[in-house]
Design a protein around this ligand. Structure first.
Ligand code: GLN
Length: 532
């Protein structure tokens, strides 16, 4: 085992350049050379975690095995690497300050003035080293959220400066991602924003080792040389990251740019040989050369921002590739669906997926979508709130409990078929208080769900407060909607299905957090298959 090497990925010029994908791609290349790699994201906002953020603000909240509510980039890390992340892989400024303030209250600082340097920066460094310290990983890649030059990012850049000084360039590397814009009027690619952004890093005491330039057009040798000269990096350390049709191409492009070789060389490591990307390339082939296609309706209320459903989207891509099928996903806003138009909106689709969510906005549209799928034998996949909507629909239309609802939406419903979990009653704080993370589930043999998984014992990740109300289970099962999976310890219903339907499965958990490029999720794979 080599001592852990630390790589920091910072971003300049603008946000949304894809630091997460660059980090995940580098990690993939190192992993494909046989190294143990993990990726961490440091987020400069004050929220303790993104769990309390509206998806419109920051996209999806990704949940780890250990129940941490984290940034959506962790989803990319897991999907690329196929190894789980944890609470330690996502740290926010809020969490850093919370620890420092707790220590101060305990008196741990022995009367000293508590300051950004050294106390906040020490806590940042401790959180970074925590992942390497266990000597589990050869590389810890830390992505620093935000853009260099933001006030909020300063303590993080300072922590990088200190670590570089303490451990040396062979052990601590900074990769800086910037944008090279193309000016149509003059037909030129411009390097000035990159130069300025590197200058900003230098002002903060950090000389980047490698520059990754995001661009819409090929960068010539002259441009690369110019950037190397102005920004004080080696000429092989200017890497091009050109726009591609899918994020899953990026590791291949980065390999062509010898990104992994440059990193290994700089860190004094063996760079001979090539990463084994065989299975990855096989996936890409299936993704690009699909023989058939299918249309899925994704019904949700955050559809204006596809990042809000990013794990579901990626899971659908993985499942499409597994079936060698191109999946066209149409987003349908649940608030737009009503009795007058639901048939027109939904009829073109071979499958309907009702997405997770919170609160009652758009809930009746989701319930209608479930009804349409059930009545017309159209494959239906309900995830979390999507399952709950299917249950409410079945209660109202099949069990004739016309006012059935979830107590999340209607406290006064006479038939709370979805109700608050016992342990949730009395909880008033919002942050980190849901049923979160991985729980076991036993699948009933003979069900469609069992056929899809091929297993009877699974674990899946959760993020919800409400659950199926077991008081109604017998009535549901007698009428044809059965429980296909339960939690063995609590008997909470985790999966409902209609065995007589073509494919009708609702899950209380989030299977989308488990789908990876090389291991697509069986429920998504089977759902897509049923729509073909
Ligand atoms: N709002 C529902 C609950 O809390 C569903 C949550 C979700 O879809 N993630 O139970």
């Amino acid at each position: 085992m080599i001592p852990t090497k630390y790589i920091f990925v910072t971003g300049g010029v603008t946000s949304s350049l894809g630091k997460g994908i660059i980090s995940a791609s580098l990690a993939k290349l190192l992993q494909a050379r046989g190294y143990e790699v993990t990726i961490q994201k440091l987020d400069p906002y004050i929220n303790v975690d993104p769990g309390t953020l509206n998806p419109y603000e920051h996209g999806e909240c990704y949940v780890t095995e250990d129940g941490a509510e984290t940034d959506l980039d962790l989803g990319h890390y897991e999907r690329f690497l196929g190894i789980p992340t944890s609470q330690a892989n996502n740290v926010t400024t809020g969490r850093i300050y919370q620890s420092v303030i707790n220590k101060e209250r305990r008196g741990d600082y022995l009367g000293k003035t508590v300051q950004v340097i050294p106390h906040i920066t020490d806590e940042i460094k401790r959180r970074i080293k925590l992942l390497g310290g266990r000597n589990k990983y050869d590389f810890v890649i830390t992505e620093i959220g935000g853009t260099v030059g933001d006030i909020e990012s300063l303590p993080y850049v300072e922590a990088v400066r200190q670590l570089k000084w303490e451990m040396g360039d062979q052990n601590v590397l900074n990769i800086h991602l910037t944008l090279v814009p193309y000016l149509k009027a003059s037909g030129e690619l411009k390097t000035k924003p990159t130069q300025h952004s590197v200058k900003m890093l230098l002002e903060n005491g950090v000389q980047p080792n490698i520059l990754v330039l995001r661009t819409e057009h090929e960068l010539g040798d002259d441009l690369r040389k110019k950037v190397a000269l102005f920004c004080n990096v080696d000429s092989d350390s200017v890497i091009q990251s050109i726009d591609v049709s899918t994020i899953y191409e990026v590791p291949i492009l980065m390999q062509k740019e010898r990104f992994d070789v440059t990193v290994l060389k700089k860190m004094g490591m063996d760079f001979s040989g090539t990463p084994d990307l065989g299975p990855w390339n096989k996936f890409l082939k299936r993704l690009h050369h699909s023989k058939i296609s299918t249309k899925i309706a994704l019904v949700g209320k955050y559809v204006e921002l596809p990042d809000a459903y990013i794990s579901i989207n990626e899971s659908i891509k993985h499942a499409g590739a597994a079936n060698e099928c191109h999946v066209e996903v149409h987003y349908i806003h649940s608030e737009d669906i009503d009795e007058s138009n639901y048939i027109d909106l939904l009829k073109e689709h071979s499958g309907i997926l009702v997405a997770p969510g919170f609160g009652d906005r758009g809930i009746e549209g989701k319930i209608l979508a479930a009804r349409y799928a059930r009545e017309n034998n159209i494959p239906f996949f309900g995830i979390c709130l999507g399952l709950q909507c299917a249950v409410i629909e079945f209660a109202r239309d099949v069990l004739h409990l016309e006012k059935a609802h979830s107590t999340e939406m209607s406290l006064k419903t006479p038939d709370p078929v979805i109700d608050l979990m016992e342990e949730q009653k009395g909880i008033t704080e919002k942050g980190g208080t849901m049923r979160l993370g991985a729980y076991p589930c036993i699948i009933k043999k003979g069900t469609r769900t069992f056929e899809a998984y091929g297993l009877s014992e699974i674990t899946e990740r959760h993020r919800h407060r409400y659950e199926f109300n077991n008081k109604y289970l017998a009535a549901f099962e007698n009428a044809g909607m059965i429980s296909a999976g339960v939690n063995p310890e609590t008997s909470l219903v985790e999966i409902m299905e209609i065995p007589t339907h073509k494919w009708f499965i609702g899950v209380q958990f989030h299977p989308e957090y488990h789908s990876t490029v090389l291991k697509p999720h069986p429920l998504f794979v089977d759902f897509i298959k049923s729509t073909i």
